[in-house]
Design a binder for this molecule. Structure first.
Ligand SMILES: Nc1ncnc2c1ncn2[C@@H]1O[C@H](COP(=O)(O)OP(=O)(O)OP(=O)(O)O)[C@@H](O)[C@H]1O
Length: 271
């Protein structure tokens, strides 16, 4: 389990920019008590900023979060939050955020500490990457850090918010957002595929009609071929008969010619 060990705050809200204010957290519980305006909420705010990069709701883009330099008669405040925590895997990590008055993150460092040698390994990240990296190291999602663990007193009543905001927060906490998106994508795919199936069904019906017509044509071709074959046979028969008739006529003509010849020779012809 991830645990927060120590936090250094400089130049945030009422925390002095010149002094290192270190808060040590105890296990299993740390109670923060103090009079109004002592800085209890600021501690929670700093934990949240260090872990998620999210500023408190009333911070006016960070301006009211940084210690007002006018209080000390200065023109600039350099602020710093250092957090030492154990990762979910029990590794020591030190993270550091430095900002100045216009709330510009000017430095962002993550250090891991070798448990055997005590040696520090520095990893420098872009702020956005670090805000993703720390919840991952702590083994808790950003939504849980924001809405459950380091929930700001101004936002503590979020479970009573309007249904859509509430749903979004719960979706974030239970990491359901990606499933909701996946569900939306699946629904869209289902709709698109339904449309495609309808088009294919229409094409299939069309093809079925064409296929039926092709079968009918094939049948009529077969019938026509049979008819052609019969006609061809009949023609051959007729040709044979014509040939016979021609032969008979030829024979008859020859006979007549012989008869004429014989008559000319005055020899009667015997049958
Ligand atoms: N930008 C700023 N510069 C200097 N001081 C500030 C700034 N913003 C807020 N403060 C001071 O910081 C303190 C705010 O502390 P915080 O709200 O953390 O106290 P708290 O202990 O949570 O109080 P409460 O019990 O009333 O909630 C107040 O005293 C406020 O005047």
């Amino acid at each position: 389990m991830s645990t927060v060990d120590k936090m250094l705050i400089k130049g945030i809200r009422s925390f002095d920019p010149e002094n290192k204010n270190v808060i040590t957290f105890f296990k299993p519980l740390t109670l923060i008590v103090g009079p109004n305006g002592a800085g209890k909420t600021t501690i929670i705010e700093c934990l949240k900023v260090a872990c998620t990069g999210e500023l408190p709701p009333n911070a006016r883009s960070g301006h009211s979060f940084i210690h007002d330099p006018k209080v000390a008669g200065e023109t600039e405040t350099k602020a710093q939050i250092k957090l030492r925590f154990k990762t979910a895997a029990g590794k020591d990590v030190l993270t550091q955020k430095a900002t100045k008055m216009e709330y510009k993150a000017i430095e962002s460092v993550l250090q891991t500490i070798n448990p055997h040698t005590g040696e520090k390994v520095c990893l420098s990240y872009r702020c956005a990457d670090m805000d993703r990296e720390i919840p991952a190291l702590m083994g808790v999602s950003k939504a849980i850090l924001e809405n459950v663990i380091f929930v700001h007193q101004d936002e503590a009543n979020w479970p009573l918010q309007d249904p859509s905001t509430l749903k979004k927060k719960f979706d974030d906490i239970f990491s359901a957002t990606r499933y909701t998106k996946a569900l939306e994508v699946i629904k869209k795919l289902h709709k698109d595929q339904g449309q495609e199936i309808k088009t294919y069904k229409l094409k299939l019906e069309n093809l079925q009609t064409l296929k039926d017509a092709a079968y009918k044509l094939r049948e009529s071709i077969v019938q026509d071929q049979e008819k052609t074959e019969t006609l061809k046979n009949q023609m051959q028969e007729l040709e044979r008969e014509i040939k016979n008739v021609d032969e008979a006529r030829c024979f008859w003509n020859s006979r007549n010619a012989i008869e004429i010849l014989l008559r000319k020779m005055k020899t009667p012809m015997k049958n």
